[in-house]
Design a binder for this molecule. Sequence first.
Ligand code: URA
Length: 422
Amino acid sequence: MVPQWVIEKKRDGGVLDESEIRSFIHGFTVGDIPEYQMSALAMAIYFRGMTDEETAVLTDAMMRSGDLLSFENWPCPTADKHSTGGIGDKISLMLAPLAVTAGLAVPMISGRGLGITGGTLDKLESISGYNTRLDVDAFKRVVSEVGCSIIGQTDRLAPADKKLYALRDVTGTVPSVPLITASIMSKKLAEGAQTLVFDVKCGRAAFMRTPEDARKLADSLCRVGRALGRKTDALITDMNRPLGRTAGNAVEVREAVETLRGAGPQDTRDLTVELTARMAVTAGTYPDLEQAKVALYAKLDDGSALEVFRRMVVAQGGDPAFIDHSECLPQPGAAVEVSAENGGKVTDVDAEAIGRVVLRLGGGRQQVTDTIDPAAGVDRLVQVGEQVEAGQPLMRLLARDRATAESCLPAARAAVTVQADE
Ligand code: URA
């Protein structure tokens, strides 16, 4: 395989052979193919696209660049969910334990937040003692004993993706459906779950801004998953507005516990149940969505899912005290209320603007190497359709000190639109 011939073939709109794709990815992973040639191929793929067959081979090659976990002959179906990321998206924290109550095992490997998008791993790390770095044997032991485990990505899981993603990030080649598909799927497939459900976010705070683009990605993820032997389903959900009433890390864990107690914001509760129901139906533990949803709402309301969550936290070394005493979670140095300038109906809460506020409060990272403040974020966020009085709080800003919180007041106020009463 001559790398420049492969690049030229894709540049001219050709369809790459399986051996060309596999050799290229292998060469890049081991360092034989330099970054400039990989970048050129990524750009050619960006402009020319890939067929489903090419995308499946690319995904498979990237998946096989590292360790593969196996849950073969597991006593119950294994399933996982992937979200393309958003503001206030704490769904995994509730979904994994809830899915266990539906007869599934959930081996979940999650990522960290970057830019305005939060990451499940950062949220879990606000729990004192919780170990996100279990080795494969310990990970499998927790899945076996509890039914679910959530850990962080290791360097040995799809290393080709790690290398390629870093390159795409600086070469303008991130927004390509085949490249995003291969990136997401190579990691998810390496994890070994038989059923995968995707929550493709759509809107101003999402990767995919339009329903058409979100649909293209959802279809591509499902088709490639099926081509590689998995059961798949996808949901396209709104990311114009934040999910729930919190965005940050410790605050989202608190809201997750509320939701696992049968309370929590309705949008958060509904999406948790919808995605978990799809996992259960796709994996075959419930015959249809309606039956699954009725059962799953009941498992939130009777505390069964919360008990699974508690056992997972303990099994991973975490102190479960925060479940009954939320003050055991990291607390901010300052909390500043953002009040409404006029009364009326909330007609918009801009998720992208809220994401930027959380970042400035210290709850997110601009570079992978940045550290985050687990207590920073926003809570008590109003939601669209609610009525507010002048002077009433729209949200609280949580930061390490008052000056940091106050510096975000104008941006936070501008993120919420209140239409004055006639
Ligand atoms: N998430 C990923 O893991 N990869 C992408 O390319 C985009 C989103």
